[in-house]
Design a protein around this ligand. Structure first.
Ligand SMILES: [Cu+2]
Length: 78
């Protein structure tokens, strides 16, 4: 997602709950997502780069409630 959308997406995801993997279904701000995974587990995701703009400001987060504050990273495309 765009970095500017992180807080709003995370807060909306909290309301969506575990059954929705803490994401609002079909949230247009979310470029790609995985299901919730536990500690020691892994997940991968594939998405078309056409959804990105070169030099754009993107962040990936964990949407489990409260985690996005520290469980996050930057996606660079350019
Ligand atoms: Cu997390």
């Amino acid at each position: 997602m765009k970095t500017a959308d992180v807080t709003a997406v995370a807060n909306a995801g909290m309301s969506a709950g575990l059954t929705n993997n803490y994401l609002t279904p079909n949230d247009p701000r979310v470029i790609a997502s995985t299901k919730v995974v536990g500690g020691g587990q892994s997940a991968s995701v594939t998405f078309p780069t056409a959804k990105l703009t070169k030099g754009g400001d993107y962040t990936f987060i964990c949407t489990f409630p409260g985690h996005y504050v520290i469980m996050k990273g930057v996606l660079k495309f350019g």
